[in-house]
Design a protein around this ligand. Structure first.
Ligand code: AMP
Length: 417
């Protein structure tokens, strides 16, 4: 056992897997930038208040924050998600609305680590602030859907719901609370605890014992104001017009307390149900205000990278790739010539590596082979004396040739695999 290992729920991402992470972020950036979203980079650490405003009934805030006092006595926390930081940034900088931003990066939650659930995990996401229009909800959901299409994931289910206007939601929560109170012991102990904090979250329970009571619970749709119903209808019509398949799921409430009106989740078909949420989001009119800014409408989503890649593994899509080397330089004349040759190759835009430590021809050829390079560029005493290089194709059955050293770049560019 080495002296140190990564902490629970924290992982090293080695190559070539790390390349897949970058590709994931690139595909996302490409997609959302073409829809007018610009990248926002916020600090990993914020005043803990930025996150506690998210909601008191959220485990993310009450149990899982990496909060601490810094050396200056400030109460800070590693971010558990990014929406709160985006809203804090909006309140701080007061950009012109609509403000459409995207982000990518790690978040931290002290959860019980298991497959698909980590203490440091990555997300990509978008947020659009300052627009109330239901058509924006459609745009946001459609971008999430399109992202999964682009990475090739097929077993994705989109579920949507509306929590209504804040008043509708409040009346619903009251009715729901009353329903669950009456149920009493028919609910599991954990759910009775959740009930004291937020009756909505009881709907999240996946415990068998709670099922009958939850199935009999009042439905949010019966509490919508005309305005909320209208907004939701427009969202659903928009999704239909784009041929995006979805299911309305009246029990979807999502983890964070700040949601209003439209909420949605993308579920993976291959993952266990406790970890099957690949991503999700919703409207959170009111969050910017709670962080000290002006009353501002907002909507967005965050997609989990770690979990989505697990789903990709299960479906055999979006595999890791590494850049193929064009050339591997084998220099048995001391290694100094290889310095110049690799530099020349790289300057010409070719991917090149070499061996070090003055190994034997046999050992260097073995490395060239293992590197996967398309060509070995061999420099022995004969080549050095004659001003030539031997180029050996490493894949297929191309012939080895000896060429003037000055022809190397031309030769490789003409013989690209
Ligand atoms: P949330 O911010 O809780 O709505 O999460 C959005 C997405 O982030 C989820 O659907 C997951 O894909 C991902 N996610 C959240 N928490 C974790 C975690 N502890 N480990 C891995 N992924 C996570």
């Amino acid at each position: 056992m080495p002296t140190f290992q990564t902490s629970p729920g924290m992982r090293d991402i080695l190559p070539p897997e790390s390349g897949r992470w970058r590709a994931f972020q690139l595909v996302f950036a490409e997609l959302v930038e073409s829809a007018g979203y610009g990248q926002l980079i916020t600090p990993l650490i914020e005043d803990v208040g930025v996150f506690t405003r998210i909601g008191e009934a959220t485990d993310v805030v009450t149990k899982e924050l990496y909060a601490f006092e810094d050396r200056g006595g400030r109460h800070v926390s590693l971010r558990p998600e990014m929406t709160a930081s985006v809203c804090r940034a909006f309140a701080q900088h007061r950009p012109i609305a609509p403000w459409k931003v995207w982000y990518a990066g790690p978040n931290f939650r002290q959860e019980k680590a298991q497959r698909g659930r980590y203490r440091q995990f990555d997300q990509v996401g978008i947020e659009a602030l300052g627009v109330d229009d239901a058509h924006l909800d459609v745009e946001v959901i459609a971008l999430g859907w399109e992202f999964y299409q682009r990475i090739g994931l097929r077993q994705v289910r989109l579920i949507v719901n509306s929590l209504g206007e804040p008043d509708d939601r409040a009346r619903y929560v009251e009715a729901l609370g009353a329903h669950f109170e009456v149920a009493g012991d028919a609910l599991s102990e954990q759910s009775r605890e959740t009930l004291q904090k937020n009756p909505l979250r009881v709907l999240d329970s996946k415990r068998e014992r709670d099922r009958a009571v939850i199935d009999a619970a009042p439905q949010i749709a019966d509490f919508y104001s005309a305005e909320a119903a209208d907004h939701f209808d427009t969202v659903l019509d928009g999704l239909r017009s784009l041929d995006i398949p979805f299911d309305v799921e009246p029990k979807l409430v999502r983890g964070l307390d700040y949601y209003r009106r439209t909420i949605f989740e993308f579920q993976g078909g291959t993952l266990e149900s406790a970890q099957n949420a690949l991503g999700g989001g919703g409207r959170y009119d009111g969050l910017v205000e709670a962080l000290g800014g002006p009353a501002t409408a907002g909507i967005g989503f965050a997609l989990g990278l770690d979990r989505t890649l697990l789903a990709c593994d299960d479906e055999g899509v979006f595999a890791a790739t590494t850049r193929e080397l064009d050339a591997f330089v084998v220099d048995v004349t001391g290694g100094a010539a290889a310095v110049a040759i690799t530099a020349e190759l790289r300057a010409a835009g070719l991917a090149a590596d070499r061996s070090f430590d003055q190994r034997s021809m046999k050992a260097q050829m073995k490395l060239a082979n293992r590197s996967g390079a398309a060509h070995a560029i061999i420099l022995g005493d004969d080549e050095l004396a004659a001003g030539t290089l031997t180029v050996k194709p490493m894949h297929g059955n191309g012939e080895q040739v000896t060429i003037p050293r000055t022809d190397l770049i031309d030769h490789l560019q003409r013989n690209e695999p």
